[in-house]
Design a protein around this ligand. Sequence first.
Ligand SMILES: Nc1ncnc2c1ncn2[C@@H]1O[C@H](COP(=O)(O)OP(=O)(O)OP(=O)(O)O)[C@@H](O)[C@H]1O
Length: 263
Amino acid sequence: MDLNLDLLSVRLNGTDLVRELSLDVRSEHVVGLVGPNGSGKSTALRCVYRALKPSSGAVWIGDHDLSTLSLRQSAQLVAALSQESGTDLDFTVEEVIALGRTPHLRGNQPLSARERELCRRAMKQLDVTHLAHRGVLELSGGERQRVLVARALVQEPRVLVLDEPTNHLDVRHQIELLSLLKGSGLTVLIVLHDLNLAAAACDHLGVLAGGRLVASGTPREILTTALIRNVFGVDAEIIAHPLTGDPQLLYSLDPDLVKGTPS
Ligand SMILES: Nc1ncnc2c1ncn2[C@@H]1O[C@H](COP(=O)(O)OP(=O)(O)OP(=O)(O)O)[C@@H](O)[C@H]1O
């Protein structure tokens, strides 16, 4: 199912946080939203999982204007891992993951055998089976993040939006999560700070700066030294990954070295 942001604008307290953002995420594609701190990435995502109402413009899921759907209907289509995602309740890991089924259940209906199997599969995929009976409040940041991704998968959405889902993960779990998303068949919109991971995981990137989309295209089209310099104010060397050909950025703490003029 396609996700389309259509001239989305968000104005809060007299400030334009997102300005006329249009971005298409084709069905089953992974699109990354990248940009400097404060460029509006989380704000745009919040409109997709309905934590925020856009000031103008619309979010389309397939043929549905999201604002015309009930919250329950939206939650059947869109799952989110946000910066605010979490749980303050002392639930076990398996209880939190089972909560992903909430939009599909009526009242206190128990989970079916299929739904319990779905939970088991998600726990396995996110490598949290061994944590099933632990309280979520006692988990590490990365463990909790994996539990919340498992909960989002159990929701069986058509569209998954994730705000920096790798920020607490070790390198193995970063790679496993992004590989899982890539092969999931879900339509994915993901905010990532790590541009090398974004280049490897995303079919398409949108670059935000000052709330505006300043570039959009495949990682190979987008990740150029000029763009990195202009948008992030950083000098980087860009090489092709020797196996995949994906652009990979190399940074140096000594800017003169990256500019090719060693001191
Ligand atoms: N409720 C609010 N009222 C006013 N300004 C806000 C509000 N929420 C966010 N902002 C501002 O909007 C801008 C965009 O914030 P946003 O969180 O979308 O950026 P971001 O690109 O996700 O940043 P980061 O990379 O740091 O997570 C920031 O300058 C932020 O301070």
